[in-house]
Write a protein that binds this ligand. Structure first.
Ligand code: HEC
Ligand code: HEC
Length: 197
């Protein structure tokens, strides 16, 4: 085999590996929803707690919101190197079924510390002036297409708020506007407050 052929063969093997990965994530039509969902655990946690805290918890999240995020990753209005290729390979029916599957799971507790009193006070003033609870509801449990924020991973909340601000996360320009209208110090306090709820 010439070195050129060998290189091509190597590339082929990589391609096959990539296809096998996508296939194992998305699965054959014959796979049950449990089988399809089990591949999500590699990043979102086998028991709903992601090992990498910059990744969101999806167990117990609002069903409508989960579906819309999968749709947006597939459409490309929300982009992420890890998540986009997975969503790209999902059909609408899979997205709806996966959203329903994860929404009915219990929301796990990360046991993040409550925000200290003065941080919570600052957060509540900012939350009150922006009116976050008008959409995310009183206990930040969310509803329908509005996500639950209470108890979400601190690192993920900070990352996604920063992504809204830079519009790296471009799937909801209204949220980006709100995040840019709020100071970074207030947002840092809000993240501490939400994580500890
Ligand atoms: C290789 C790792 C990986 C795998 C496997 C994976 N995800 Fe993700 N997922 C991510 C990352 C990273 C993010 C956050 C992206 C960002 O920061 O914008 C994410 C975000 C999401 C979100 C948005 C949550 C929110 O709060 O906004 C949903 C919904 C989601 N994933 C569902 C799934 C489903 C369903 C599967 C299985 C079919 C899956 N993911 C498999 C890495 C992964
Ligand atoms: C007008 C309604 C509204 C208001 C007010 C609002 N939000 Fe949101 N928020 C939403 C919606 C809808 C989404 C889902 C966006 C999407 O589809 O990606 C969202 C998403 C988010 C997310 C991403 C959650 C995740 O899992 O990725 C965070 C964090 C967030 N909001 C924080 C806040 C904070 C903090 C405030 C107040 C400073 C606030 N929001 C005010 C409607 C609102």
């Amino acid at each position: 085999m010439s070195s050129r052929t060998a290189r091509r063969a190597g590339g082929g093997a990589q391609l096959v590996a990539a296809i096998v990965l996508v296939a194992s994530v998305v699965g054959a039509q014959s796979q049950t929803i449990e089988e399809k969902a089990s591949s999500c655990g590699a990043c979102h946690g086998e028991a709903g707690i992601p090992q990498d805290k910059t990744k969101p918890m999806i167990w117990g999240q609002q069903e409508g919101y989960l579906y819309l995020q999968l749709r947006d990753f597939k459409r490309g209005t929300r982009k992420n190197d890890e998540m986009s290729p997975i969503a790209a390979a999902l059909e609408r029916e899979d997205m709806l079924a996966l959203a329903a599957y994860f929404a009915q799971k219990p929301w796990p507790s990360l046991e993040q510390a409550r925000a200290p009193a003065e941080v919570a006070k600052r957060a509540l003033v900012a939350i009150g002036s922006v009116g976050c609870t008008g959409c995310h509801l009183g206990e930040f449990q969310g509803d329908g297409s509005v996500p639950r924020l209470a108890g979400q991973s601190r690192e993920y909340l900070a990352k996604t708020i920063a992504d809204f601000r830079t519009r790296e996360r471009g799937n909801n320009p209204g949220m980006s506007d709100l995040m840019n209208a709020t100071s970074e110090d207030d947002l840092a306090a809000i993240v501490e407050y939400l994580a500890g709820r």
